[in-house]
Design a protein around this ligand. Structure first.
Ligand code: PEP
Length: 256
């Protein structure tokens, strides 16, 4: 059975003091929660501070992006090694906000995925359609292109070390989550695609998170779905109690 994984994407929120306070609260609330992997993804300048607080706790730390090169003249960018030394084990890649506001392409996401895996970071690879694409009946086409673009050239062993996040763009930050059935349908499609790419063993083991307006109210119904193995949470991850409630819903996940 796949173990659920719930990750919080703090985006561009929380100063160092605020991030440390949130990490402390999460550590206290989640210390005794089992059967679920949990991750927080704070902004770069707070990664070391948050990692220090969460050291020895069951909560992992991830970044929200990285560059594919290991060093050099890339002003404003950070490398996988820098993230590792700041205490990260995970990195979110290809988030729709990166694609939309910073021009990230499938090819760029692929290079980042390869670099992350090579370094030992676990990539959380985001795919998802815009509203106009869903309304045009192109959801499967869009997510298939993104997924193939990001993981097409990976070996089965590499793919098994990654996590996929299905995040419909129209559901992110809008308060309008996909219904559990609607989300599960896309997750099932993505798993079928993984099966085509790498066979049943990989397809049945890779975890696929859902992201898009997940709250403590809707988390359990989403996480009960057969192909939904966790959540990538934005807004609701900024409040310790809300995120902890979603993680607890993940610990009761029985899918996969
Ligand atoms: C996200 O940014 O990955 C996200 C899912 O945001 P929200 O939960 O706020 O919709």
């Amino acid at each position: 059975m796949r173990k659920a994984i719930v990750a919080g994407n703090w985006k561009m929120n929380k100063t160092l003091d605020e991030a440390i306070a949130l990490a402390r609260s999460l550590r206290d609330l989640l210390d005794a929660v089992h059967h679920v992997d949990m991750v927080v993804c704070p902004p770069y300048p707070t990664l070391s501070g948050v990692s220090e607080i969460l050291k020895g706790s069951p909560i992992g730390v991830g970044a929200q992006n990285m560059h594919w090169e290991s060093q050099g003249a890339y002003t404003g960018e950070v490398s996988a090694k820098m993230l590792l030394t700041a205490g990260c084990q995970y990195v979110i890649l290809g988030h729709s906000e990166r694609r939309l506001h910073f021009g990230e392409t499938d090819d760029g996401v692929r290079k980042k995925v390869v670099a992350a895996l090579k370094s030992g970071l676990v990539p959380i690879i985001c795919v998802g359609e815009r509203l106009d694409e869903r309304e045009a009946g192109r959801t499967e086409q869009v997510v298939a292109k993104q997924l193939r673009g990001a993981v097409g050239g990976l070996s089965a062993e590499e793919l098994l070390r990654g996590i996929i996040a299905y995040e419909p763009v129209w559901a992110i930050g809008t308060g309008r989550a996909a219904t559990p059935e609607m989300a599960n349908e896309v997750h099932t499609f993505l798993r079928r695609l993984l099966r085509e790419l790498h066979g049943e063993g990989v397809a049945s083991a890779v975890r696929i998170q859902y992201g898009g307006s997940v709250t403590e109210e809707n988390a359990a119904s989403l996480l009960r779905q057969s192909d939904i193995d966790g959540a990538l949470v934005g807004g609701a991850s900024l409040k310790a109690e809300s995120f902890a409630a979603i993680v607890r819903a993940g610990s009761e996940h029985t899918g996969g």
